[in-house]
Ligand binder design. Sequence first.
Ligand SMILES: [Zn+2]
Length: 133
Amino acid sequence: MEVALREHIRQRARFRCEYCLLPEAATPFTPFHVEHIIAKQHLIDDSIDNLALACDRCNAFKGPNLSSVDPVTLEIVNLFSPRRDVWDNHYLFQGSVVIGTTPKGRATVQLLQMNAARRLELRESWLASGGQF
Ligand SMILES: [Zn+2]
């Protein structure tokens, strides 16, 4: 990937994971990924609208998935899309914990394991160092 394109994507994301909002600065030894929102196995789309900045954990757990199951309603729902959806409309923070407030938000939190122990530790360290979400 071109350096200029990657930098544009990082700036557009305000240097945060577009799924869990972890800042790149919170994991200086683990570079964030530029991921395909709709994975290549579904659609070959390398346009900037299909690319998102993601931390390594969100990218790994999302994989090629486009949908998952809302743990409350058990309905299959589309995953959160950083391009089509607004983060604040689907999530909120309670301290270091990401709470899904909609079926889409809950399904994405669960699939991407946003509140796994190591991830909570990273967010707590970030907050303790004076960082914000
Ligand atoms: Zn993330």
